[in-house]
Design a protein. Sequence first.
Length: 397
Amino acid sequence: MLTRSAVLAVILVLVSPLAATAFVIQSGETITISETLRDDLYAAGETVLVTAAGTVDGDVAAAGQSIAIGGKVTGGVLAAGQDVRIGGIIGRTVRAAGQSINIVGTVGIDVIVAAQEISVPQQVRIGRDLLAAGQEVRVAGDIGRYARVVGDTVVIGGKIGKGLRVDARRLTILPTARINGDVRYSAEEPIDVRPGAQITGRLERVPRPPQPEYLVYGMPIDFLLRVWEGAGLLLVGLVVVTLAPQGSREATQSVLRRFPLSILTGFILLVVVPLVALALAITLIGIPLAVTVMLLLAAVVYPSQMFVAAAIGRVLLSPIGRRKVRPVSIHLMVAIGTLILALLFSIPFGWIVRLVAMVLGAGALGLTVWRSLGGWKKIGARLPLPILLAPPKGPTR
């Protein structure tokens, strides 16, 4: 519910262009308007500021990391940024989207906002309606007509002229609230109406509509995605162990016998390789190479979970293998281990299991390739390494 309503609010923000017959375009790191501008303003920068002394006789469309309007705007405001603060006097409608939105001025018509945190404090006056969608929404201002709020936590403490509709997990109505009309709400938790709050109409709880369950061939799509993931991992594992059975057994042994070193190697691969790709992407010529490196990393890291699956299968089948003359098939190890991993992926913290499996599998594969190339001694003999990178003396692990 929250996601859909937030998307709806963003669409309303974006599909309602501001009419303009003449306009001024400004761009740069910091844009400041501290005088009277008798045109529409289109501004894009890291910081967009209309000071208390500034006046825009027209509409404002602004995009940036920080947007603050403290002066007078005779038209409407369209804003998108990380931090949006709308103050002063806005003649028409405010439409804004961002991470944090604060409405601290007077708005002539409507306010339509979508953000993670939304605040409409006590001194605010909105001429007509408020439509807000966010994770935490606090409304203490004066709303001329209707307020429609969607959020996780919603707190109402202001005056609402004709009615309130809320969809939230938790709804609180403060003692300062004055609602002239009906309050219709749907919430997971019971509503918290504080003593002193005044509601002239009905207080009605509306049942939350059931979330649609997407089915494919009569089965939930989440279940099918788990099955497809397990089947894909199993297929990759069977192909790899068929084409390279000896290397697959060595990588599986690295998972079991060199567990700490495999974890460390996998962690280094997942940290160092992206840093190398980032360094390559600094230059224009290196961007294609950086993209190629990251694609290769993804193509290696995710399938390497099959070595962890084979290790799990080997541990589970080891009692059977002791009673047989021939070793247990590595194909059977991969099949049983993949089934166990797929089940572990479906638990609430399955993403942790997946992350550990990818790091461990990638590290085991890296160690196996390193050892197959001869370690420091043979690689150092083939490459002209600097003195600081010369292979260490002693036996190669």
